[in-house]
Design a protein around this ligand. Structure first.
Ligand code: ADP
Length: 591
């Protein structure tokens, strides 16, 4: 009996080792060239810091050739950095260089991988600079024509596209999504705040009774300077609670409720653990779409909408290897905005020709241009939002939620200069008027402890810090006494719930838990409020008000929801509510 037990233990231990070994093996992604490894080639490892710790690679090379790259260790964000670790080694081996184009949207991991390969080459005793220039193959790739069929084809796999895909598939449609970038998520991936919603079960549980649908509509209309399409705003507000429940049902709950800039009440729904809402939702929506059998084609760019008798009946798209004709019964455009298309932005506002932008590289307005080519109308194209808290060195977006949670903005003179939770246009204008057109966003340790988002900013090196207000002021390079005085005064205002200087009415906690942190921020292009004109059923409209049959659109590609200024938290409300409506309407049309 004892012997049997021992045997059992040995077998169990061996099995456990095998499972761990298997896990490690499947964890590695290896890319090898076709060239046989020459005698004298050396294998060495190298590492560099990624988003979530070290990226470790093993490289086999000699003085002239990189034969293989194996990613041995990485803990990068699933679906973003992990994609870099799967795809970039191939590109590097093919180019015989570490210096290849990184994957947009995942630059930190891309750079880490390049540095790690460079380090491995050096540690192999090779001259890494011999691999600094990528070799391109002259052989033109002959693209093959492919024809595909589905019920609903969706262009863009950001928040709106993935939501529409999950909803359409849930309603029984066969769905194909094309995404031109190597990763899903678009600008949605960068959303760090939350989702505005009214009359939700989470608000009710917290006793928030003054943030109803009517207040949400009025806040959004006021935030948008009353030029929003009220019918779209009404639908967004009315359907927002249902959308929160739907997210719950697919395993993406947003149970935390907070305030955000420009709203009088608490609508902002966030993930429980305080993680960034964008990557959280994109990951869950992507998983849900895949679970329901949606085919998501990455690196595939839609170029044209196919029509028959004026109705949309599919798209043309291209990848590196194929020219696709995708026949569909209906088409959903979810291509996002044009905040990375400087020519297009400058055609509406010449001052933005060289602006800083928070947008991902794929935000080039393709859906707007493709739909215009078949007669679609646009609205509010000149309404381009500037966000006041863009990290000054990297153009990374710093979430507005922090100001809602109690952070203050400090100018070069060590003073506050505006109600920090005002609308983005007002806060941006005030910031641009300050010395150097930038400011410092200040938080304390208590806020850091409560927010994994701020912890991420610290990890990424965005912050300066100090044990006292004076020490922090020194690190910021602002007047120490003036800053300390500002902070003490502010903490008094929080206690009294009264800001006689700038009329701020949202008070969280005093910023009095050391150490203190500050992020240098500036104003940058953030959201393009204008876009395709749609009705409340997400059908794309022509200038005469008639619909283009079979063509639907949702998310930042559309205009009218946000008017002249989008409130923080309303991009996610927009893409979930209208993404669901588009998915349902397009699948119904296709049935
Ligand atoms: P939204 O919030 O409206 O979903 P996002 O910016 O999050 O907007 O997502 C839009 C997505 O559409 C991005 O991932 C972008 O790369 C993709 N996209 C834009 N143009 C095209 C195109 N021509 N073909 C395929 N995908 C596109």
């Amino acid at each position: 009996m004892k012997k049997n037990k021992m045997l059992y233990r040995i077998v169990a231990a061996v099995l456990a080792c095998a499972v761990v070994a298997l896990a490690l093996v499947t964890y590695q992604s290896r890319s090898s060239s076709n060239a046989p490894v020459a005698e004298g080639a050396v294998t060495a490892t190298g590492s560099a810091k990624g988003m979530e710790g070290d990226v470790v690679v093993e490289v086999t090379a000699d003085a002239t050739t990189i034969y293989s790259i194996t990613v041995k260790e990485q803990n990068e964000t699933q679906g973003i950095g992990s994609v870099v670790c799967e795809q970039l080694p191939d590109t590097m081996v093919a180019a015989n260089s570490y210096n290849v184009d990184g994957i947009a949207g995942a630059t930190v991991t891309s750079d880490a991988l390049k540095e790690a390969v460079k380090a491995a080459l050096t540690s192999a005793g090779l001259d890494a600079s011999a691999f600094a220039v990528a070799q391109t193959s002259d052989a033109a790739v002959e693209k093959t024509a492919e024809s595909l069929d589905c019920d609903v084809v969706i262009v863009g796999a950001g928040g709106a596209g993935l939501t529409a895909a999950a909803q359409a598939a849930e309603n029984g449609a066969k769905v194909i999504v094309v995404e031109k970038m190597p990763i899903v998520g678009g600008n949605s991936l960068k959303a760090t705040g939350g989702m505005n919603a009214a009359d939700t079960k989470y608000q009710e549980a917290l006793g928030i009774t003054d943030s109803g649908v009517d207040e949400f509509i009025e806040d959004t209309m006021n935030g948008g300077h009353q030029i929003n399409d009220r019918s779209l705003v009404t639908v967004m507000a009315e359907e927002s609670s249902d959308a929160v429940d739907w997210l719950d049902a697919i395993g993406a709950p947003l149970p935390k409720v907070a305030a955000t800039g420009g709203t009088t009440h608490k609508y902002l729904h966030e993930p429980e653990d305080g993680s960034a809402v964008g990557s959280y939702l994109v990951e869950k929506l992507n998983a849900q779409a895949e679970k329901l059998g949606v085919q998501i084609m990455l690196n595939t760019e839609a170029t044209e909408i196919l029509t028959e008798n004026g109705a949309a009946v599919g798209i043309k798209a291209e990848s590196k290897e194929h020219n696709y004709t995708i026949h569909a019964k209906s088409v959903i455009l979810a291509t996002g905005g044009f905040g990375a298309n400087f020519d297009l932005m400058a055609s509406f506002n010449p001052a933005l020709a060289n602006a800083v932008t928070t947008n991902h590289a794929g935000a080039t307005g393709d859906g707007i241009l493709m739909a215009e080519a078949i007669g679609a109308d646009t609205v509010d194209m000149d309404q381009i939002q500037i966000h006041p808290t863009v990290e000054a060195n990297t153009a990374a977006l710093i979430t507005e939620g922090l100001r809602g949670d109690g952070a203050v903005l400090i100018n070069a003179e060590g003073k506050r200069f505006i109600d920090e939770v005002g609308t983005r246009d007002v806060v941006s204008a005030a910031e641009i008027a300050q010395t150097g057109s930038c400011s410092w966003l200040v938080v304390d340790q208590a806020m850091v402890d409560a927010s994994s988002v701020i912890q991420g900013y610290i990890k990424k090196g965005y912050t300066v810090t100090g044990q006292t207000y004076e020490e922090l002021a020194k690190a910021m390079g602002v007047d120490e006494a003036a800053f300390a005085e500002t902070m003490k005064t502010w903490n008094g205002y929080v206690a009294a719930k009264n800001d006689p200087d700038f009329g701020r009415t949202s008070f969280a906690k005093a910023l009095d838990t050391a150490p203190y942190y500050a992020i240098k921020v500036t104003a940058g292009v953030h959201h393009t409020m204008g876009g395709l004109k749609i009705n409340t059923n997400t059908e794309v409209l022509k200038a005469d008000g008639s619909v283009i049959p079979g063509l639907f659109a949702a998310g930042e590609v559309t205009g009218g929801v946000h008017g002249a200024n989008r409130l923080g938290g309303n991009a996610v409300a927009d893409f979930t509510v209208f993404g669901r409506i588009a998915g349902a309407a397009a699948s119904k049309y296709a049935a």
